[in-house]
Design a protein around this ligand. Sequence first.
Ligand SMILES: Cc1cc2nc3c(=O)[nH]c(=O)nc-3n(C[C@H](O)[C@H](O)[C@H](O)COP(=O)(O)OP(=O)(O)OC[C@H]3O[C@@H](n4cnc5c(N)ncnc54)[C@H](O)[C@@H]3O)c2cc1C
Length: 361
Amino acid sequence: MSKRLLLVGAGHSHLEVLRQLKATPIRNVDVCMISPSKYQYYSGMFSGFTEGIYSEEETRIDITKLTKDAGVQLIQKKAHTLKALQRKVVCGDGSVYPFDVISFDIGSESLPLSFEDTIARTIKPNHRFIDQMKELRETSQPLIVGGGAAGTEMALSMQAYKQQNRIPGQVRLITADRILSESPKWISSKLEKLLLNKGVHVWKDERVEDIYEQYVRTDQGNKVRHTGVLWLGGARGDAIFERSSIDTDQKGFALVRPTLQFKDYDYIFGAGDCVTLIDFPSLPKSGVYAVRQGPVLWENLNKYLTGGQPMDTYVPQKSALYILSTGGKKGFLIYGPLSSHTHRAWKMKNKIDREFMAEYQ
Ligand SMILES: Cc1cc2nc3c(=O)[nH]c(=O)nc-3n(C[C@H](O)[C@H](O)[C@H](O)COP(=O)(O)OP(=O)(O)OC[C@H]3O[C@@H](n4cnc5c(N)ncnc54)[C@H](O)[C@@H]3O)c2cc1C
């Protein structure tokens, strides 16, 4: 009798699983993918889209085609609850999908629950990004909350778009600490200067406490006016794990072993932003790691389903290269303590991103 493998989410690691399945199907295994959208949008190109460099088609991968080519059934729904012991997933519409083995690559949420009923937008789920950004970048005072890599890059890209298209006003950015607080201080200062030179209005060491239609109120008592809020204030786990009594870290990310198996279940796997590695709890939530986990996830799903041993283990690389697009086809490259701001860095980013997309488009 055949077994069923359920892939939940079309994140980076699952794209690799689909690619491998196309080349090497697993005998006697039916594979289904649950994904709310038929497209997977690639966050590495969000900045380029925002600035007007890439088209919508260039930033997305057609999951319908990828699953079809891989012999995988696509279920266009959102998983809502995992019944781990019964090996079933319940989707938002109440439909139930049994499985023998399941794998999660569903990314993260960002908006704190207390702001869920406000007008704040988030980039997740990422298929909503395009429409949200098209609207926001045309307004006069878009406000970004969060001064991490994503917030900084989006502020610079939106500002570049506004300047190139002569849209009056300026982008605003509020961050609870310094810009890119996880980098050395000199990198933070360089990026802060860059934001200011480009005309982005920055409030740092300030926390947004309330969000209203026309302004936000901060813990410093400031009222900052806006024409739309994009929340990029850090990742938190999808509520599905808490709802399903899965062991998570404090932010709600499912805990996984080096084999990418959930802490308490051998038949539940996970990769990308939605999981935290028990051995590397502070690893940043970044696409770089989700991509590298893909081949290990594929190997281990395959081995688990076919009885192969021993399982592979994932060990993250010590340093990751980050290139933030800063507008006008320039990039700010960060590698450990090193940084540079050049057109060459942007070209490198463009090449890496286009090569990644070419693998799956
Ligand atoms: C603006 C921005 C720019 C960024 N730039 C970079 C960059 O240049 N380099 C980098 O390394 N990282 C970057 N990141 C971080 C990067 O986006 C994430 O780390 C990465 O997307 C995580 O990949 P993932 O595979 O975990 O999930 P995702 O890419 O988020 O994909 C998850 C998928 O699962 C689906 N899904 C979600 N919930 C469910 C559900 N319940 N049921 C079924 N499907 C579901 C989603 O619709 C989505 O298709 C950026 C982030 C942002 C916000």
